[in-house]
Design a protein around this ligand. Structure first.
Ligand SMILES: *[C@@H]1O[C@H](CO)[C@@H](O)[C@H](O)[C@H]1NC(C)=O
Ligand SMILES: *[C@@H]1O[C@H](CO)[C@@H](O)[C@H](O)[C@H]1NC(C)=O
Ligand SMILES: *[C@@H]1O[C@H](CO)[C@@H](O)[C@H](O)[C@H]1NC(C)=O
Ligand SMILES: *[C@@H]1O[C@H](CO)[C@@H](O)[C@H](O)[C@H]1NC(C)=O
Ligand SMILES: *[C@@H]1O[C@H](CO)[C@@H](O)[C@H](O)[C@H]1NC(C)=O
Length: 661
């Protein structure tokens, strides 16, 4: 009976020989004509006896499996036995430019159901998160990958990888083999040449070896292409299916199998008889048109003209697309109304022409623009940015901040995203930044006292809104003159809020990362990294002194020693000559009470001890004269330490964030 069966097998399926017993299983297919395989998706056996896994369709998947499940373990919970496989494959790209996707995988998987598996870079085998087949990722695979997918960590568009449960390879290597001298010889997977692959797994060593060579060449013996150690006993389901899967993406190819052999727990997989294998088809060229005597003359001209037209059209289209290309993801739908198209911003700023450049800040370049339809004036900030994973959260914040409305805040109108670049769109402020007015021509300030006092009050009011009057506490973290913009009526408006969070989101939480600007940075931030609204109060204090004195927060004294503006004003306060600290450019044309109030308030706000600083609500009350200033704070011994603290802060700052200074 058993002899009869064996004879029947050899006659009926003359190219496959199968031996199966209780503890081993071997088979070989020298071509697949008449073979009993489970085929799925686009897979079919051609009349020549090739398995064609995918046709030339885009985003198709095809599977070919050994029809019955195999026992990989000694006992239901035993160890996975040694096994070996060998196969001959060939890839024929659809188009003559040889762009080809996505490759072939050999696999051991728990089921024949690939309905959850995804095409393209997932090879029609893996699912979104883990293993689409069976859901739990109990899949072992060897991938022959012809497209580089960075998201999956692919090394290039021509590699071989060992995949455990997911398409991100455990180990991968450019396609090729190590010859007898141990030299690497590369192979091109999409070369339309047949190639052979050997996969071996050792039960005791748990070693996985993958070797490849051009079909017909003896198996390279010196060194496998890939050798990894992974205990499949903890991975594979019992029993499991073996087979192949392939898929195409936007780029397509026909993926073929020519032969296959396999063995569990016995001698290695039988040798494949290369001479018996079907031939890999050549690319099918387009059929020639109707013949005519004129054809040899007309055809080349027509083709050349056609190519010229198509080429020009494509290059124009590509240039147009590249120029306006944006990044847009599903989660952005909800932020739709806040999203500007790059095309609109491009036209508004006349192609980001330098003549529209308003300034270059730490974060990026700012351009003036006029929206084509509404004629609204805008300022567009272009920020180089690469961190992908944090974008969603950041945009959500930006958009929520965009809802902030206060007369002392610059309105954020929306955003746009491109590869490596974020664009933020603000309302345009015709009078530029406070910094430009403070240190404009000849470094002298052109603002009169009334304007200065109004700006200080405006900034305080804007900060109070950010800290206390909106639904969420927003800490600006970078209050300084260049971030204060002036509207038509010379009112101070705070800009750039929320932007400092961008640094946060991109940062590694392990490293301390100080954001802010030297001279305006509260000492506790550099010392503890903790940021509270009182850090903004500190910066506001420095800003108030700066506006009143018309001097930068760090200055050199006559001996060339660095001194802080705070120290300098403090010295005047101790000597009882506070008014001497007021900007000489004001030429006594100012309200002495208001100016000394602002100077004392500036000192109190920039107190090194966080707990002695007022909050913005109190600051507003002092500025409006609703409450007397708690001047005793100025005599507090902590102030003596100020200089030392500032110096420490500067050093720390420079160490931790050198590029922005
Ligand atoms: C193919 O193999 C399956 C599983 O071993 C078996 O059930 C089926 O009868 C086979 N079909 C043919 C045509 O031999
Ligand atoms: C295949 O799996 C999917 C989802 O996992 C399931 O809905 C479907 O019924 C399965 N098909 C078969 C034939 O078992
Ligand atoms: C992957 O899964 C996510 C959610 O888990 C889904 O939004 C996305 O569309 C899936 N991608 C594919 C290609 O199925
Ligand atoms: C893998 O290759 C190494 C080096 O050639 C060899 O020593 C080892 O026995 C191989 N393992 C298996 C399971 O074939
Ligand atoms: C592999 O895992 C099995 C259990 O899953 C264990 O019994 C065996 O010792 C492991 N083999 C090696 C070499 O670690």
């Amino acid at each position: 009976m058993s002899l009869f069966l064996t004879i029947l097998l050899f006659i009926g399926i003359n190219l496959a020989s199968i031996t199966a017993g209780d503890d081993h299983h071997r088979f070989v297919y020298n071509g697949f004509a008449g073979a009993n395989l489970s085929l799925g998706g686009t897979a079919k056996v051609t009349p020549d006896g090739l398995v064609e896994l995918t046709n030339d369709g885009v985003r198709v998947k095809g599977h070919a499996l050994y029809p019955s499940p195999l026992r990989f373990r000694e006992s239901p919970n035993g160890m996975v036995r040694s096994f070996s496989a060998s196969f001959v494959f060939g890839i024929v790209p659809t188009f003559s430019d040889l762009s080809s996707g996505h490759g072939i995988v050999f696999f051991v998987a728990p089921s024949k159901n690939f309905s959850d598996a995804i095409a393209a870079q997932y090879f029609g085998l893996f699912g979104n998160q883990t293993g689409g087949n069976g859901g739990g990722g109990q899949v072992f695979a060897v991938e022959l990958d012809t497209i580089q997918n960075r998201e999956l960590g692919d090394m290039n568009g021509n590699h071989v990888g060992i995949d455990i449960g997911r398409p991100n390879s455990l180990l991968s290597h450019p396609a090729g083999f190590y010859d007898d001298d141990g030299m690497f010889q590369s192979l091109t997977l999409t070369s339309m040449e047949a190639m052979q692959v050997w996969v071996d797994y050792g039960r005791d060593t748990t070693q996985i070896n993958v070797t490849m060579a051009p079909a017909g060449m003896p198996r390279p013996a010196v060194r496998p292409l890939l050798s990894a150690t992974y205990n499949l006993s903890g991975l594979l389901m019992e029993p499991a299916y073996v087979g192949f899967s392939s898929s195409t993406g936007a780029a397509s190819a026909r993926h073929y199998l020519l032969g296959w052999s396999f063995s569990i727990n016995g001698p290695p997989a039988p040798a494949i008889d290369i001479a018996k294998l079907p031939k890999l088809p050549r690319r099918v060229l387009p059929k020639a048109g109707p013949s005519s005597k004129m054809l040899p003359i007309i055809l080349p001209v027509a083709i050349a003209a056609f190519l010229l037209v198509v080429g020009t059209a494509i290059s124009l289209l590509v240039r147009r697309r590249m120029r306006y290309a944006e990044l847009r993801e599903d989660w952005e739908v909800e932020f739709g109304p806040h999203r500007f198209t790059y095309r609109d911003l491009f036209h508004a700023t006349e192609g980001f022409d330098d003549k529209n450049l308003l300034g270059i800040g730490g974060a990026g370049r700012v351009y003036k623009g006029i929206l084509v339809g509404s004629k609204q004036e805008i300022a567009v900030k272009k920020i180089p940015h690469n961190s992908k994973q944090s974008m969603k959260q950041f945009i959500a914040e930006i958009v929520s901040i965009g809802r902030l409305q206060h007369r002392n805040l610059v309105r954020l109108l929306g955003y746009c995203r491109r590869k490596g670049e974020l664009l933020l769109v603000y309302e345009y402020m015709p009078n530029g930044s406070l910094e430009n007015h403070l240190y404009g021509q000849d470094d002298t300030c052109n603002l009169d006292w009334k304007q200065r006092f109004q700006i200080i009050k405006g900034v305080a009011s804007g900060l109070l809104y950010l800290h206390e009057e909106w639904e969420k506490v927003v800490i600006h973290r970078d209050v300084k003159p260049s971030n204060i913009l002036l509207d038509n009526g010379m009112n101070g408006k705070i800009g750039d809020f929320g932007l400092s969070r961008l640094h946060d989101h991109g940062a590694d939480p392990e490293t301390t990362h100080v954001v802010g600007t030297i001279g305006y940075l509260a000492p506790e931030i550099a010392l503890t990294g903790k940021v509270t609204p009182l850090a903004d109060v500190f910066s506001f204090g420095i800003l108030a002194l700066e506006v009143t004195c018309g001097q930068k927060p760090m200055k050199q004294n006559a001996q060339g020693i660095q001194q802080t503006l705070v120290d300098w004003v403090l010295v005047h306060w101790h000597k009882g000559s506070l008014v001497d600290a007021v900007d000489a450019n004001l030429q006594d044309d100012y309200d002495i009470d208001e100016a000394s109030l602002v100077l004392k308030l500036g000192l109190i706000c920039s107190h090194p001890s966080e707990s002695l600083r007022p909050n913005m609500r109190q600051v507003m009350q002092y500025l409006n004269g609703d409450m007397p200033l708690p001047e005793t704070i100025l005599t507090h011994p902590g102030f003596g330490m100020f200089h030392l603290m500032q110096e420490r802060v500067s050093n720390l700052y420079v160490m931790s964030y050198p590029s922005q200074v």
